[in-house]
Design a binder for this molecule. Structure first.
Ligand code: ZN
Length: 188
């Protein structure tokens, strides 16, 4: 298994709709193994294939809820249904998300409270998860990645200006940038 470089916003693959997986072969197995390893090292609770430069509809997740239940798996060719998104302003305490493709940053974004994920695993076995709260948020965040959408594309006015400033200051927003978990130390 290998830790893969994580692409930073501006890289084309992050802003492009990913393709359905059609070959459930060894290279897919390797990709998923490497994605789990990369997510662990980052560390993160979710990672989508475009973030490691692969334009396929695959994401992994690894998150333990308040009751100690571990939610860990791979979603291949997922579908996602969500409840209507709450109205009102995003809350900086409750709604702040981060993304490994904008390392070290957090901004609040409103998400649906509930989501139903339907996907297949590496054996092409279909499964379904009815998610609430933070797990529903993780699924929405990762599913967005497969459609070329980053959470910062969903920010409310004000926060969108703040993130544009950060991207400019850090020299992101152009192709060709990545960081390697375990090697590169992120500045705050
Ligand atoms: Zn992300």
């Amino acid at each position: 298994m290998a830790v893969l470089p994580i692409r930073i916003t501006g890289e084309t693959v992050l802003h492009t709709v990913a393709a359905e997986v059609t070959d459930f072969d060894d290279s897919l197995q390797h990709l998923v193994d490497d994605m789990f390893e990369t997510m662990k090292m980052a560390p993160g609770v979710g990672l989508a294939a475009p973030q490691v430069g692969v334009p396929l509809r695959v994401f992994v997740y690894n998150w333990t809820d308040d009751e100690g239940v571990l939610w860990r798996g791979v979603a291949i060719n997922p579908e996602l249904w969500i409840t209507p998104t709450a109205t009102g302003e995003a809350d900086e305490d409750d709604d702040s998300e981060g993304c490994l493709s904008l390392p070290g940053e957090r901004f609040p974004v409103i998400r649906a409270d509930r989501a139903i994920l339907r996907a297949v695993d590496l054996d092409q076995k279909p499964y379904e998860i009815v998610a609430e709260g933070w797990l529903a948020r993780i699924f929405q965040h990762e599913f967005d990645h497969l459609n070329g959408v980053l959470y910062v594309d969903r920010l409310e006015e004000g926060y969108d200006r703040a993130v544009a400033k950060v991207i400019k200051k850090k020299g992101w927003g152009v192709p060709g940038q990545s960081w390697l978990p375990g090697e590169d130390h992120l500045e705050d």
